[in-house]
Design a protein around this ligand. Structure first.
Ligand SMILES: Cc1cc2nc3c(=O)[nH]c(=O)nc-3n(C[C@H](O)[C@H](O)[C@H](O)COP(=O)(O)OP(=O)(O)OC[C@H]3O[C@@H](n4cnc5c(N)ncnc54)[C@H](O)[C@@H]3O)c2cc1C
Length: 384
């Protein structure tokens, strides 16, 4: 067992950190505040192969694993560019299509995910189902050679900058039971409309309510089996949690970096404020929590890349939980360390509060992770 990443992984981190440094917080915040997208960063990351590190080589990717993609996501976040669509497009959507898609779907989408020339959003959350994905009511019905989709989704990230959305829907099997199924819906499809939600998060990536109103799709819009939707969906959820953990780790590092830099230079009595244990100890504690959480994220990615989906499921949930909590503490303590400057626009610390707080809610909430661990790791009865 080695706790040191391979030389290749470390080289990847260094290269991505260099790219992230070229853009940085100011680029990201400026884009967010002016309603623009981080297109230049996305395109360059794609060109350099960073968005496709986990895509199989035969489809134009780097042939690595989710651990590599998580490293890319973490380094960009640590450089001030936490890209939500990295969690969605190259992680969830590319994984599901690589694992369950037809050869034609793989050939069409994977090279484009790899070079960053397309983006795909992912839609599971519904207004009346929320955390309970079993209650979703978006349906896909067979119609001649194709499908007709109806339903509504909410909080879907990045629809306005995506070419298509991977929708979790339900189809009826021969016994009349509704089963989860996955459909690729082009954002330009007639009958598909999306409206932005006003959010208190400083991010160039926006959230949308999606309406599917008799959206007609060809038969090959279905990803995987009509009946195997749940398993196919789960294939994308471990990468989702691993990536969310990586993004949290990056934001935590960013906040701690800003906090320690400030604590070392700011002097209001006779020593830098970082010499006061009231400032130093909470930062040290946040650093410990963050490193512990990062280890669990790396373990989850390793298990996933080794093909142990069950082990990865538990570790990915734990990593997502732990990293969100650690990152929230890092940002909160970074704000405290900066005093009033923690809430100024100039220092760029307060603006992290929204996005880091999101980590406790999405893609799976803290409570639903605790439910999972209580039930699956501790063997306690299901509470809901
Ligand atoms: C910025 C942002 C981006 C997002 N992007 C996407 C996206 O791209 N695609 C997508 O599909 N979704 C996305 N989501 C949705 C996100 O996954 C959901 O918000 C999240 O899963 C929680 O669902 P909910 O908001 O409906 O909360 P609810 O399910 O209504 O839950 C509300 C509260 O009750 C708690 N709760 C609910 N049930 C239980 C229970 N059984 N036990 C204990 N506590 C419980 C929850 O933990 C939560 O704290 C995004 C959300 C945000 C905020």
């Amino acid at each position: 067992m080695s706790f040191v990443e391979t030389e290749e992984r470390r080289a990847l981190r260094a290269a991505v950190a260099e790219l992230g440094g070229k853009y940085g917080s100011s680029y990201y915040v400026e884009k967010a505040r002016s309603g623009q997208k981080t297109d230049e960063l996305w395109a360059e990351a794609g060109r350099l192969g960073y968005l496709g590190v986990n895509v199989p080589e035969e489809y134009g990717g780097g042939g690595g694993g989710i651990g590599d993609l998580a490293a890319v996501c973490e380094e960009l976040a640590a450089a001030g560019c936490p890209l939500l669509l990295m969690v969605v497009s190259p992680a969830i959507c590319a994984t599901i299509i690589a694992r369950s898609g037809t050869e034609a779907q793989r050939k069409h989408w994977l090279p484009r995910f790899a070079d960053g020339s397309v983006k795909m959003a992912f839609a599971i959350t519904e207004p009346d189902a929320g955390s309970n994905a079993h209650r979703i009511t978006t349906t896909a019905r067979r119609d001649g050679d194709g499908w007709v989709l109806n339903g509504q989704k909410t909080f879907i990230s990045g629809v306005d900058e995506s070419d298509a959305v991977l929708f979790v829907s339900r189809t009826q099997d021969q016994k009349g039971n509704l089963r989860p199924s996955l459909f690729i819906v082009p954002t330009a499809a007639p009958g598909f409309a999306f409206t932005p939600i006003d959010m208190e998060i400083v991010s160039p990536e926006k959230q949308f309510v999606c309406h599917l109103d008799d959206v007609r799709l060809p038969y090959d819009a279905l990803v995987g089996d009509e009946d195997g939707g749940l398993l196919q969906l789960f294939a994308g959820l471990n990468p989702e949690r691993i990536m969310a953990a990586a993004m949290g780790a990056g934001i935590g590092r960013l906040a701690l970096g800003k906090a320690t830099g400030y604590a070392a230079s700011r002097q209001v009595f006779r020593t830098p404020i970082g010499a006061h244990q009231g400032i130093a100890h909470p930062l040290a504690a946040a650093k410990i929590e963050l490193e512990l959480a990062r280890l669990m994220g790396q373990k989850a990615a390793w298990l996933y890349d080794e093909g142990d989906d069950t082990g990865a499921g538990e570790a990915a949930n734990m990593a997502k939980y732990a990293t969100a909590e650690a990152a929230i503490h890092c940002v909160d303590q970074a704000i405290q360390t900066h005093g009033g400057n923690g809430l100024t626009t100039e220092y760029g610390v307060g603006m992290l509060a929204g996005v880091v707080r999101l980590m406790r809610i999405a893609p799976v909430s803290r409570e639903m992770v605790l439910n999972y661990v209580a039930q699956h790791s501790l063997g306690l009865p299901k509470s809901y």
